[in-house]
Design a protein around this ligand. Sequence first.
Ligand code: T3D
Length: 264
Amino acid sequence: MSENPTVVSDCNDGVLSLTLNRPDKLNAFNEEMHLALRAQIERAYDDVSVRSVLLTGSGRAFCAGQDLGDRDPRKGGERPDLGHTLETYYNPTLRLIRALEKPVVCAVNGVAAGAGANIALACDIVLAGRSAKFIQAFSKIGLIPDAGGSWSLPRIIGEPRAKALALLAEPLMADQAADWGLIWKSVEDDVLVAEATEIAKRLAAGPTVGLGMTKRLIQAASTQDLDSQLDMERDCQRIAGRTDDYAEGVTAFLEKRPAQFKGK
Ligand code: T3D
């Protein structure tokens, strides 16, 4: 491992903790950090000991989006193909987070701007420190909301708020983000990581197969009709009903004791 990794990882109690780690750049994404984050999420797919993921940032920010130092027009040369960089870096990571059938908890520890905000919003349970803010910073530099923002924002908070945030690029404080239902909750800064870790641990001790399918079902609901959703529930419940964790959950209920799920 590099001496100063751009993503610090640690796996404990079934939780893969990932910390974006370029604090002097407010954890803005360079190529190395893109690849490191993606590799860690791929690890979460492959490693059965990982049963939830916790994503946060080091220092005073969560993430300031793309590293604009790498996009400096004053350096000359051809104008960049940003479609290519989305296709190569952001989009695969966004797709991986959404498709991972394990819960991803995000602890937004400070400002989340541009793609940094939208990566946070792609996670399954998002907590933010009270001083954190979300900024759809794109319009300030002539870009459009990416990293899934143009899709997730109107779905979560509706067109009027999505448009105002994206067009004006005004910061949205954590409390208001929680009031609008953009995130799960806002908590005091000094308890953020502890609360998020607690949630990630609880999920890691849960019935992983059922939790994964629950995530898939809820995500599918926004793009399919009720009949398709009912069919999908039937198919997923069939699988859930055959897991060891379901047998354990029912047995534990009948024996009046806490269930000991194994994630199988
Ligand atoms: O390019 C593509 O591949 C397409 C994809 C694009 C995706 C995107 O994310 S586009 C949007 C990029 N992000 C932004 O536009 C946000 C830029 N940053 C800011 O607006 C502000 O820094 C913040 C609002 C996030 C925080 O403001 P503040 O006042 O708390 O901090 P600061 O003083 O502006 O920043 C502190 C340092 O971080 C500073 O460095 P210095 O002067 O101390 O050496 C600043 O330059 C650096 N920094 C912050 N954001 C970025 C960054 N350096 C590089 N890239 C950044 N995005």
